[in-house]
Design a protein around this ligand. Structure first.
Ligand code: HPA
Ligand code: MG
Length: 226
């Protein structure tokens, strides 16, 4: 597989780092669905900040790989909001610049979490025929990279189809205690090792209908535990 040249790499690694002691914002300062009023600790990353950061990631991605045909591979379910918003910003950029390249969007569905714990086996439980990735520049769009194990497994899977290049954009990366040793090419925020929900990130399928990224409360974990 090809990698981008040095000048293209300059947009890759930098992320907004949220430190371990960050308490988040009081829920009272924002609006959110009232059915979750006892289930959240705080607003960790407000929706507007997610949007603004996503807009900048879109620009970085366009600056680096906007001259290539790209197949976007959206990792469901958690990645759907980030992917939709990222592509909206990319579309605005391609309307307002003379770099306008058609983009194909495909989906893959992974499942590796039960409650707030990662299960051993990552399952690929849906998605298109990935032979369409052969010879293409692929941008994998994911909501969160935790230990990196899931992403490494997905990358190995994708590489079997011999794409020309693969880049990964993740809205969040967790500072996992074990390190993990995997870092996506484009990262929105680096966060401490805590379980977050909202903006399509779920806890047993709940909280996808929340716009902000929030920390779930112990009460919330008990209420929606399976
Ligand atoms: N929240 C939701 N889903 C996740 C998380 C998280 O913090 N980490 C990995 N999958
Ligand atoms: Mg999940």
């Amino acid at each position: 597989m090809e990698t981008c040249n040095k000048s293209e790499e300059k947009h890759e690694s930098a992320a907004i780092v949220i430190n371990d002691g960050w308490p988040g914002y009081s829920l009272d300062l924002f609006t959110y669905p009232q059915h979750y009023c006892d289930d959240l600790e705080c607003v960790y990353i407000p929706h507007g900040v997610i949007q603004d950061r996503t807009e900048r990631l879109a620009r970085n991605i366009m600056d680096d790989i906007g001259d290539h045909h790209i197949v976007v591979l959206c990792v469901l379910k958690g990645g759907y909001k980030f992917c939709a918003d990222l592509l909206d910003y990319i579309k605005v950029l391609s309307c307002t610049s003379n770099r306008s390249i058609p983009m194909r969007v495909d989906f893959i569905r992974l499942k590796s979490y039960r409650n707030d714990q990662s299960t051993e086996a990552m399952q690929i439980i849906g998605g298109e025929d990935l032979t369409i990735l052969t010879g293409k520049n692929v941008l994998i769009v994911e909501a969160i990279v935790n230990t990196g194990k899931t992403m490494k497994t997905l990358l190995n899977h994708v590489e079997q189809f011999k794409p020309k290049m693969v880049k990964v954009a993740s809205l969040l990366v967790k500072r996992a205690p074990s390190g993990g040793g995997y870092s996506p090419n484009y990262v929105g925020f680096e966060i401490p090792d805590c379980f977050v929900v909202g903006y399509a990130l779920d806890y047993n399928e709940y909280f996808r209908d929340l716009n902000h990224i929030c920390v779930i409360s112990e009460k919330g974990k008990l209420k929606y535990r399976i």
